[in-house]
Design a protein around this ligand. Sequence first.
Ligand code: PLP
Length: 284
Amino acid sequence: MRQVYVNGDYLPETEARISVFDRGFLFADGVYEVTLVLDGKLVDFAGHMRRLRRSLGELGMAFALTDEDLLDIHRELIRQNDIEEGLVYLQVTRGSADRDFLFPAEETPNTVVLFTQKKSLVDSPLAERGQHVVTVEDLRWRRCDIKTVQLLYPSMAKMEAKSRGADDAWLVKDGYVTEGSSNNAYIVTPEGTVVTRDLSTDILHGITREAVLQCAEDLQLRIEERPFTVEEAENAAEAFSTSASGLVSPVVRINGREVGPGRPGPIAARLRQIYLERSRASAV
Ligand code: PLP
């Protein structure tokens, strides 16, 4: 049985408990991170910790554990669950207190939960085939840069995509794509420029995005960080998404229209390969 971490203890998942008054449960008052595991090691752990601190800071949430503490916990869970490839999920909430919109006292202990998911992410049938995406209006709150556990709208968008026969939703605000339901979105123009939305409060600042843009720069690809329209995406030469769980995932159909020849493109394939090589080399 899977072992999980809850507030200092490693427990079988069926024995783990959190309070019904937990603010993560009642108010989505919590933040999370998902870190990729390759060869039993953590990919871009420092980047995930940097973003975790930023999310906590933006929400004014105190948190006592250090990055070293969290690295130890991640590694212990990987060891106990024998994870070679998969994900580690980390969630920190403002803790539990009697239900009140006002935050509880600063000294209220956080709730800290971690668990692993054993998954084959490198050999992915979806990445081989290429994703079909449909566009859905971006109705999320206006602080999409904070990685909160408030994921109902992305979940609804993904359900809508599924009901329309697609694999995922790309979210659209004022005619421009913001990002995928749980990933960053990119197109490659017919001229070969990689385009992805610029960083702002409209999107999550993907850790994979940062690494993949560095790969693109090192490959001397032209990069433009700017919003792109749905029409531009439908007429692109290639499209893809990035995330810790999807790595670099080609998109071959947008709103039922084939992107380029309707097969995963060479730039996405090259970026996926280089990103994987670098991630394996730098994992801790
Ligand atoms: N955008 C959204 C909305 C996400 O939920 C995620 C990941 O969960 C990403 C982008 C990709 O971020 P990362 O590359 O850090 O996994």
